[in-house]
Every structure is written in C-alpha cells, then in structure tokens.
Design a protein around this ligand. Structure first.
Ligand SMILES: [Zn+2]
Length: 247
C-alpha cells in the first residue's frame, strides 16, 4: 500500500515537473518572440525614423490666442508646453522634429497687431518647415466655444487636400483612442492659412479651454503627455498608411 501511494505521489510529482518545464519553455519562447518583434524597430531607430515632422505651437508674443476661462492662462503658453512634449514623444520614436518656436514670441516684426503681421508670422512658420525639409506640418492649438459643455480634440485639414485629410483623419482617431474613446468625432475640413503650405498639414485642437474640466486637464503634465503619445501614435499610423499607398 505504502509503495502504491509512493508510486502515485512520485508520478504526480513527475507530471508537475513536466508541466512546469512546458510552462517555462512557453515563457522563454514568448520572451524571445517579443524581443525579436521589438528588435527590428530598435535597430532602425524607431517607428518614425527617417521622418521629419514640423510642430508648430500656435500663436505667441502679442497673439495670445484663446484664454482659459477659469485660470486665465493663454492658449500660446499651453500650445508651447504641449508642442515641447509632442517633440519628446516623436523623437523617442525616431522622428526628427522641427519646432517653429521655442519661446513666447511672434515670428514677424512690427509693433502693432495687424492682419499683415499675423500673416507674415504664419508664413514664417510654413517657411521654417520647408527649409527644414519636413515631411508633415502639425499646428498645435486649443479650442474655445461659447457652449462650455463642448469638449474633446478636433483636428482640421485644408479643404481639398487629400494628404492633409489622411493625416488629420489618423490623428483624429488616435486622439480619440488615447484621450476620450466615448466621444467620436471626425476630422474636419477648414480654410486656415497655416494649412495652405506644400506639406501634408493638420491643425490639432487638443481640447476646449472653455470647458472647465478640460481646461484643468490641458494644463496637467500627465494629460499633456497623453496628448503627445496620441499624436505620436497617429503619426505612426500615418507613416504606415503612406507606406501602403506608395507600394
Ligand atoms: Zn489657436
């Protein structure tokens, strides 16, 4: 009897050892597969390597843009904070990034806030992107609306431009996925001087400064990083779409 029980226990222990071995082997295979899946991208320097992205923090200097209702902060300050975070996220995935401004400045000369000065400022931003040999142009902005309930990211492209429409479409979806999957929205066509350049361009309104809840989020570094990661995800999708279209 004792030896029978001993045999059963020994058999069970043997089975357990075999099961543990199988699980360990499976784990090792998974780890190896994960490593090989990651390695090609690393070896090439990231999913966005070879791409130059112009990032334009909207407004600056005399042109503050929209003003947050509760905190009183200007759009120009937050667009710069977000653009600098976007720059980090894109560079981490291998892209070369060119910012149109890194300080609170207007890019055209003059003492007064004329239409011509504003236009010269916007044209300078387009020229910076062209001179850098950028592949795409992203202008970062923050929205406002009289209805304070309005919220969520909204991306625009220049009407009639297919490349911009594709870029805006993938960015819009990435921002929805990354920030607020409940609120579906499509990229919209518009007519903006800053989108009239030669490059595929999109104007990204990251959220509404007129919405009390979103105003707080837009000033939060962790949320700004979520925006940046979503923009980087969108740029990866855009790069993949372009590759497929070019095949
Ligand atoms: Zn703006």
């Amino acid at each position: 009897m004792k030896s029978f029980v001993y045999q059963i226990v020994t058999k069970k222990l043997e089975n357990l050892r075999i099961c543990t071995l199988i699980v360990l082997c499976a784990l090792a295979v998974c780890l190896v597969m994960e490593r090989t899946a990651v390695e090609p991208a690393d070896a090439q320097g990231g999913a966005l390597s070879g791409m130059t992205i112009a990032v334009d923090p909207g407004h600056g200097g005399y042109d503050g843009g929209a003003r947050a209702r509760d905190s009183g902060r200007w759009e120009k300050e937050l667009t710069l904070e977000i653009a600098l975070t976007v720059e980090q996220a894109l560079e981490a995935r291998g892209a070369r990034v060119v910012l149109t401004r890194r300080e609170d400045v207007c890019l055209s000369d003059g003492d007064t806030a004329t239409k011509a000065r504003k236009r010269a400022d916007l044209q300078r931003r387009l020229d910076i992107a062209d001179e850098a040999g950028a592949d795409v142009f992203l202008s970062i902005h923050l929205n406002e609306y009289r209805d304070r309930a309005e919220s969520g990211p909204q991306v625009f492209y220049q009407k009639g431009g297919d490349a911009g429409r594709l870029l805006a479409g993938v960015l819009q979806q990435a921002l929805i996925d990354g920030l607020d999957p409940q609120k579906q929205r499509r990229a919209m066509a518009g007519d903006y001087y800053v989108l009239r350049g030669k490059l595929p361009s999109a104007l990204v309104e990251c959220g509404f400064l007129s919405n009390a809840r979103e105003e707080k989020l837009l000033m939060d570094a962790a949320y700004q990083n979520r925006i940046a990661q979503a923009v980087a995800d969108g740029m990866e999708n855009y790069a993949n779409c372009r590759q497929r279209l070019e095949k």
